[in-house]
Design a protein around this ligand. Sequence first.
Ligand code: GUN
Length: 295
Amino acid sequence: MAERIDGKAFAATLRAKVGEHAAQFAAQAGRPAGLAVVLVGEDPASQVYVRSKHKATVEAGMASFEHRLPADTDEATLLALVAQLNADPAVDGILVQLPLPAGIDEQAVIAAISPDKDVDGFHVINAGRLSVGQPGFVPCTPLGCLMLLKDRLGDLSGLEAVVIGRSNIVGKPMAQLLTDANATVTIAHSRTRDLPAVVRRADIVVAAVGRPEMITGDWIKPGACVIDVGINRVSAPDSDKSRLVGDVEFDSAEKVAGSITPVPGGVGPMTIAVLLRNALVAAYRNQGLDVPAGL
Ligand code: GUN
């Protein structure tokens, strides 16, 4: 039976560490680190995320600036708000919650965020910095996955890693981080031939496809470490209730893997914890202070 990787506990520890450093930052800088979150429209899932981010930011002792705009906001108005946040010295990090309503060009909005405040790591400058090994910002979810993997496995050198999914937000940066950590990385996707055989080679499986329970236990190499990024809401049989499942079929995979993240309680809680970490790193850099080791 696989050991369960407790992302919730790991995230709580990281948040506590960020909180301690945030207090030191405030004392040193004479102001708290600040994170601005922008939500356009009323998407229910986004509202939940934004509320959680606000609460976590305040709990870490950082200033939270929330901007809620109506669903019919035009792109120029949103770009003007981003410009204002870029110029505001109290704001170290800017997160514009995605998806944006139809009619707003997401890429244009991301491109307008100052790369030095882009705590999501979505700006092409930060993608480029990651690609060539310069310090920048790395997207929160893959960075959280890497932290869980290193905590679980220690040195990743020489391990076979298969990342399933090639999105800009998870798959591509995940593959880059694993490569930088000296793993041998394969990016698999919807056109991969014989995906089960590819996954069976992997000491590390990172599943980020967004298909409920697609990866089953018979795909997993015995003892592998399985990181499930999927969060899929499915209706439960014989009831009108829904439940959350990952991209991995947990019950069968758990019997074969060496360790595995559950859904919920695995990768999910890491995303906000890493966001707070990235925002505090932004604050140190923007203030011209050294980022503390280990943050
Ligand atoms: N929507 C869902 N997850 C995220 C995220 O990590 N960042 C942003 N900006 N939007 C999201």
